[in-house]
Write a protein that binds this ligand. Structure first.
Ligand code: DC
Length: 221
């Protein structure tokens, strides 16, 4: 059983996914972390990383080299990503990763590699999966699909506060990423068919959780 939560940057997906997973006893699949991981390792290991993005064979070879060194734990508290035994957290939120991740994530070959890993990890699990294309592309069979939105300024304020970064910089990055994520050819950010849309601008995470639980109850779950 899968509940998907999609939406633009900082709309509250991860927070709500974690609350919901706790409530239901499900695991949390944070798909954005996989794109951040791909981007982080690509930037770290390839000076000419942009050139690699246009070469599917080299991308595949890169991923094949990386995979044996990765360990992914899909847990109730979230998705933990380890590379060479080291837990990656702040590395995935570096400004250079924030800058490049949407450029990397719009490449179809990258999405194919990430999606096959996401599907493999999801097998036989009860999941809350959050991202941009969870309900539309990766898990179209999901039991419940949620799409979160929120005012752009409020989203930037939330992230700036969470990460202790300057509002202007965060706002600019969110705007840029949303534009690339929504206009890309492959799996653009979109409201999945049948999704419940929740505007979180003036709602607390707990209030959003209540709406989601109500929707689950409506479906007899
Ligand atoms: O949710 P996040 O901010 O961690 O996601 C980082 C980036 O990864 C986001 O700007 C676009 C990409 N992404 C994606 O293309 N598809 C997903 N399902 C999740 C994230």
């Amino acid at each position: 059983m899968i509940v998907t939560i999609d939406g633009p940057a900082s709309s509250g997906k991860t927070t709500v996914a974690k609350l919901l997973a706790k409530e239901l006893g499900f695991l949390v699949l944070e798909s954005g972390k996989f794109y951040r991981l791909f981007t982080y390792l690509l930037l770290k290991s390839e000076k000419e990383w942009r050139a690699l993005l246009t070469d599917e064979e080299r991308l595949k070879a890169f991923w094949k080299r990386i995979l044996p060194e990765l360990k992914i734990k899909v847990k109730k508290e979230g998705t933990a990503v380890y590379f060479r035994g080291e837990l990656l957290e702040k590395e995935l939120r570096l400004p250079e990763v924030e800058e490049a991740v949407s450029i990397v994530a719009k490449v179809e070959a990258v999405r194919k590699l990430v999606n096959s890993l996401l599907r493999e990890l999801s097998k036989d699990k009860k999941l809350v999966a959050e991202g941009r294309d969870m309900g539309s592309v990766v898990f179209p069979e999901a039991t419940l699909k949620i799409f979160l939105t929120a005012d752009e300024k409020v989203r930037a304020e939330r992230r700036a506060k969470d990460e202790g970064r300057p509002f202007e910089k965060v706002a600019e990055n969110i705007k840029k990423r949303d534009k690339i994520d929504s206009t890309r050819k492959t799996a653009p950010l979109t409201i999945p068919e049948g999704a419940i849309v929740i505007d979180t601008t003036s709602l607390s995470p707990e209030e959003v959780l209540k709406v989601v639980i109500k929707e689950l109850h409506k479906r007899g779950l």
